[in-house]
Design a protein around this ligand. Structure first.
Ligand code: ADP
Length: 728
């Protein structure tokens, strides 16, 4: 918020609370400010081209010369007297010239060494006891306020873009708070920042005071001197109006430097003009250096603490992922952990087509679309941005949740992603009170704040390198643990598949070969009954009849085996199938075969068209519907056929519901086993106990699942999915 100072460090004028003399190496006065008569009782022309002894006695000149010997680049200070008026003289060299700045001082009000020592000691002691940056800065503002007595003391911190925010504030109670306000980088232009790194204290006792002009002797033809180190250098008009708007008259700014860069500023505002003796300013400058030093430690410590926290989260993840049965659960419980890992506000975990949202995020559909877009446009395993909408304009609609994004791609083959989100910066700003309430109070940096808001439009807080590293570490952990596990599983599955295929072909060959001798047994038994019955007694004939029916039954069983093994071997003939037409055909056949049994079929909503093998799926529906009618004592037999709307881009779940006899829960799995029947054949006229086994195999060939839910005595519902390419 401190809009400061001239771009060229020589405005040709100075603030009028002191006098400037510019001397050449022979101590001849070559330039002087036009206010000399007020302080020294002499006109500029009385002084120009004269040597310094026109003003000072020999002892003072000697002292000054002594000082200059040691003064190469830094400023130095001594007390001078001229006609009973005392001055603080601040002296420095610039381009072969000596710049002497004199500020009148009252010896009586001088601060004693002891009181200065006490003030600094107290401040430093307390600062050393705080280990948190925030606490430290709060202390800095209150200590600086104590020492300087300004109305408001703030610490500004710059971010990597140069924009700043007020991170600590000590103020007169009745003033409105600026704490938490942000302002754009343009508020403090680059040349001003540069000046602060070489001359870390800026003192402006009265921003509205009319500057005094520098007057040069006629014989002086030097280019304008660099007055970057001058304490009296006059104030840039922009800076004047900037602070005037805020109602500020007195200003003191102390630079905070870290690693030779401007880290922030301590800015002291006073609403009336305010003079500070040189000694106090020197204390502030010194304090600024101590704070800068301490700041270095604190910033490094804070970064280290943060990195350690991320590392410990990482370790927790590794442990829970290695131990977890379900890797998604290990990731998202407890939820804050996944967010803290990169300091995000929201997160989406996408495993295949299933998206799980944690924290503050765009909605499922928006995340889904975003992933689709990234699939095509982003190649890296780790990608991050703090302005998603600039790359992906659709993100503007959800800037409040996802202006910043980290994308972590865990597996390319499976669609495994983790996405972290950060909202637009404006959403996360700590206002330090309701900004709207400040309208009534005149001095307000709201304009800066609005400007800043424009510059951070559609942008989130940037991601730190350690946060990105943290995301990558998580990926490595997941890949290391989970993907290895999955690879092992895939290997086992492959072997299982191979042995299943072998089993199928064995079963096929065996059943095929069995049919031949069985037909022989059947034929010969029939011949025996037909042609030789008269040679046998009744018991013998019974045995033969049983033999014939056993061969018939065995024939059925072998057919089932053949069918099952065939199912495992033949390719699916996938085609887009309208299930409504398919069900109609199934029902026609069932009606034809069960003419005397009446039943009702309910289809609550038209079924979808899906990709499947229609012949096999016909068999699925046919089996389930027949069972529903078969295992049913109800006079009004009703079958409902429908599906559950697919959520989250999953496949629809089909169901066939009956109001039949129901199945006890402990049989829910057994009924799908081959030749497993719960009732004798006589009771419900059941089949070979193969219908559900075949149904299950067909569903599984379609990469689907089948299960049953039932209330014993009330009815059963069979659910299944068909997960070939979904044209839903
Ligand atoms: P089956 O060919 O004997 O009908 P399934 O494999 O189709 O054999 O079914 C296995 C067993 O599951 C059946 O014997 C029956 O006891 C039970 N079952 C199947 N469907 C139903 C249903 N809708 N309601 C009650 N029981 C059922």
């Amino acid at each position: 918020m401190d809009h400061h100072y001239n771009q060229i460090p020589n405005p040709g004028s100075i603030q009028p609370h002191g006098v400037m003399l510019i001397l050449n190496e022979s101590l001849e006065i070559v330039q002087v400010s036009d206010n000399v008569d007020k302080f020294l009782g002499k006109e500029p022309e009385d002084l120009l081209n004269q040597t310094l002894d026109i003003l000072l006695d020999t002892t003072q000149i000697l002292a000054l010369e002594e000082l200059l010997k040691t003064t190469k680049t830094t400023s130095n200070f001594l007390k001078l007297a001229f006609q009973e008026q005392y001055f603080d003289a601040i002296v420095h060299r610039s381009q072969n010239h000596i710049v002497v700045e004199l500020e009148p001082t009252n010896l009586k009000t001088d601060i004693s060494f002891l009181s200065v020592h006490h003030l600094i000691n107290d401040a430093i002691n307390q600062m050393q006891q705080t280990s948190q940056l925030r606490d430290f800065m709060n202390l800095v503002t209150s200590e600086v306020k104590k020492i300087t007595n300004y109305d408001r003391v703030m610490v500004y911190q710059f971010d990597t873009t140069g924009a700043g925010s007020v991170i600590a504030e000590a103020k007169q109670e009745q003033l409105s708070r600026y704490l938490g306000l942000h302002y754009p980088a343009s508020d403090i232009p680059e040349p001003v920042r540069k000046l602060y790194t070489t001359s870390p204290l800026r003192f402006i006792p009265d921003i509205n005071a009319k500057p005094s002009q520098l007057i040069a002797s006629q014989s002086y033809h030097h280019q304008p001197l660099d007055l970057g180190k001058s304490v009296l250098r006059s104030v840039d008009p922009c800076c004047v109006s900037y602070h005037d708007n805020m109602g500020v008259a007195g200003l003191l700014v102390i630079a905070l430097i870290q690693e030779q860069k401007l880290w922030g500023l301590i800015s002291c505002h006073h609403y009336n003009a305010k003079h500070l003796p040189y000694e106090i300013r020197a204390i502030c400058e010194f304090l600024g250096q101590v704070i800068s030093l301490e700041l270095g430690h604190l910033v490094i410590q804070e970064e280290l603490d943060y990195k350690n926290k991320l590392k410990s989260l990482q370790t927790q993840f590794i442990t829970s992922i290695s131990n977890a049965e379900n890797f998604l659960d290990a990731l998202i419980y407890p939820a804050p952990r996944l967010l803290e890992l990169v300091n995000a506000y929201g997160c989406a975990v996408c495993l295949d087509n299933e998206i799980t949202l944690v924290g503050v995020t765009p909605n499922q559909e928006q995340v889904y679309q975003l992933i689709e877009w990234m699939d095509i446009n982003i190649n890296e395993d780790l990608f991050s941005t703090n302005s998603l909408a600039k790359l992906y304009p659709a993100a503007e609609t959800f800037k409040n949740t996802a202006s910043g994004l980290i994308l972590l791609r865990i597996s390319r083959i499976r669609r495994y992603y983790i996405l972290w989100f950060r909202p637009e910066v404006i959403q996360t700003v700590n206002w330090g009170g309701n900004p709207n309430l400040q309208n009534s109070l005149k001095p307000s940096p709201r304009h800066s704040f609005e400007l800043w808001q424009e510059t951070v439009h559609l942008t989130s807080q940037p991601w730190k390198q350690c946060e990105l590293d943290s995301a990558l570490d998580l990926r490595n952990a997941i890949v290391g643990i989970v993907i290895n596990k999955a690879d092992e599983l895939a290997k086992i599955n492959l072997e299982l598949e191979r042995s299943n295929r072998e089993l199928d072909s064995f079963a096929y060959a065996a059943s095929h070969d069995l049919k031949e001798p069985l037909r022989g047994i059947h034929n010969y038994s029939t011949i025996l009954i037909e042609d030789y019955a008269h040679l046998l007694d009744e018991e013998g004939i019974d045995c033969l009849n049983t033999l014939v029916s056993l061969t018939q039954r065995m024939d059925i069983l072998i057919d089932v085996l053949l069918r099952l093994s065939q199912l495992g071997q033949t390719e699916l003939r996938l085609q887009s199938t309208n299930l409504n037409n398919l069900i109609n055909r199934v029902l026609e056949v069932i009606r034809a075969s069960r003419q005397q049994v009446s039943f009702e079929i309910r289809i609550p909503q038209p079924l979808p068209t899906i990709e499947c093998d229609p012949v096999l799926v016909n068999e699925v529906f046919s089996n389930l519907i027949s069972n529903g009618l078969k295992y049913n004592n109800c006079p009004d037999k009703t079958i409902e056929i429908g599906y559950l709307e697919p959520s989250n881009r999953n496949f629809p779940i089909f169901y066939v519901r009956d109001n039949g006899i129901g199945i006890q829960a402990h049989h829910f799995d057994t009924i799908f086993r081959l030749f497993k029947r719960l009732h004798s054949q006589e009771k419900y006229g059941g089949g070979a106990g193969a219908g559900l086994a075949i149904t299950k195999k067909i569903v599984e060939r379609h990469h689907g699942k089948i299960w049953v839910e039932s209330i014993y005595g009330e009815g059963s519902t069979f659910f299944f999915t068909l997960e070939c390419i979904n044209t839903f």
